[in-house]
Design a protein around this ligand. Structure first.
Ligand code: PLP
Length: 348
């Protein structure tokens, strides 16, 4: 049986969290002489002389309406990278515990593990279609395994993994299953957010950096049980999302229609780019993508990368990544950018 108390690090269980001035007084009106701010104002204008809301409640209200998740089940981080790091700090005892990742996948899971001195067990995706190797994952779980990371749609392969496999893991693991849905807005299937009520050990990560077009504001989201979110809030830095990012994101989240239009266009452009790329003799395989990028196997990845850089077009050489030998990853750009890419490749 999953019990959060059993996987929480003892020091976090016993932690007395920092109580900020804005934690202690939550009112919006008054003469604020509590946080040693500059009461005269800010040379950056606006209200940047004041500390932000530590729990970002106005922004969470907006996200709550869009995602259909209660505010108490939402954590906001300085990018989802902060949520990933907090998972390690909250649940993994350095030098003792381990996590399972499924390469090829997003690099920060392993980097965060290394920073936190936590062992990484690798259960690679199946080489032919990048699905979870369920038996290998289940076999590798031991009493020290705290987290299993599953990226869906996966970066850099672009595909989604089978829900049935994820379900088996959720049901047979007493640690947390972290589903990273950074690219979910581009997928043909739904988020697993609706499953949160069924699985107390499920954590879902999303971000405003991809489809929402706010990578520069650094806002990542974690959705989970209130008990898990309370742990996140207990250990996060008090003011982890700055005032400007909160305000700009609140305004931007009004533009759902614009975002949906962009998503449709990006998906259309993805399929167009795919069919154009297929015509080149140096393209050996284009993997099916549910994201805003394509993983493409080519005969000479480095040569193509260098050639494009020479033309001022930057893609990602993924040819050194496990199971991605010979591959480049191309983000779907604007129509004219994708056309330029194809035209340059024609003269290679
Ligand atoms: C799968 C995945 N998760 C998380 C992130 C990081 O997101 P954020 O910008 O919210 O830190 C990325 C960024 O490339 C990603 O590919």
């Amino acid at each position: 049986m999953f019990n959060l108390e059993n996987i929480l690090r003892p020091n976090i269980k016993n932690l007395v969290p920092y109580s900020s001035a804005r934690d202690e007084f939550k009112g919006k009106e008054g003469i604020f002489l509590d946080a040693n701010e500059n009461s005269f104002g800010s040379p950056a204008k606006k209200n940047y002389n004041r500390y932000p809301d530590p729990l970002q409640l106005d922004l969470k209200e907006k996200i709550s309406k869009i995602k259909g998740v209660p505010v108490q089940n939402i954590f906001l981080g300085n990018g989802s990278d902060e949520a990933i790091d907090i998972l390690f700090r909250a649940f993994c005892n350095p030098e003792k515990d381990n996590v399972i990742i499924c390469p090829p996948t997003y690099g920060m899971y392993e980097v965060s593990a290394n920073i936190n001195d936590v062992t990484v067990i690798k259960a690679p995706l199946t080489p032919e279609n990048f699905q979870l190797d369920l038996q290998n994952i289940l076999k590798n779980i031991n009493s020290k395994t705290k987290l299993i990371f599953i990226c869906c749609p996966n970066n850099p392969t672009g595909n989604g993994v089978k829900w049935d496999n994820v379900k088996q893991i959720l049901e047979n693991f007493n640690g947390l299953v972290v589903i990273d849905e950074a690219y979910i807005n581009f997928a043909s299937y739904r988020s697993l957010i609706a499953e949160l009520v069924n699985y107390p050990n499920l954590v879902i990560l999303q971000t405003l950096s991809k489809a929402w077009g706010m990578a520069g504001l650094r806002i990542g989201m974690a959705f989970a049980s209130q008990q898990i979110i309370d742990v996140f809030n207990k250990i996060k830095p008090p003011y982890n999302i700055n005032v400007a990012s909160q305000q700009l994101a609140i305004e931007a989240l009004e533009n759902v229609e614009q975002i949906n239009d962009w998503i449709k266009t990006i998906v259309k452009e993805r399929e167009k780019l795919k069919s154009e790329l297929q015509k080149f003799t140096f393209v050996e395989k284009i993997y099916p993508s549910e994201a805003n990028f394509l993983l493409v196997k080519v005969s000479t990845p480095q040569k193509i990368y260098n050639y494009l850089v020479g033309k001022n077009i930057v893609i990602r050489d993924r040819s050194k990544v496990t199971l991605c030998e010979g591959c480049i990853r191309i983000t779907i750009g604007r129509e004219e950018e994708n056309e330029k890419l194809i035209n340059e490749l024609k003269s290679i």
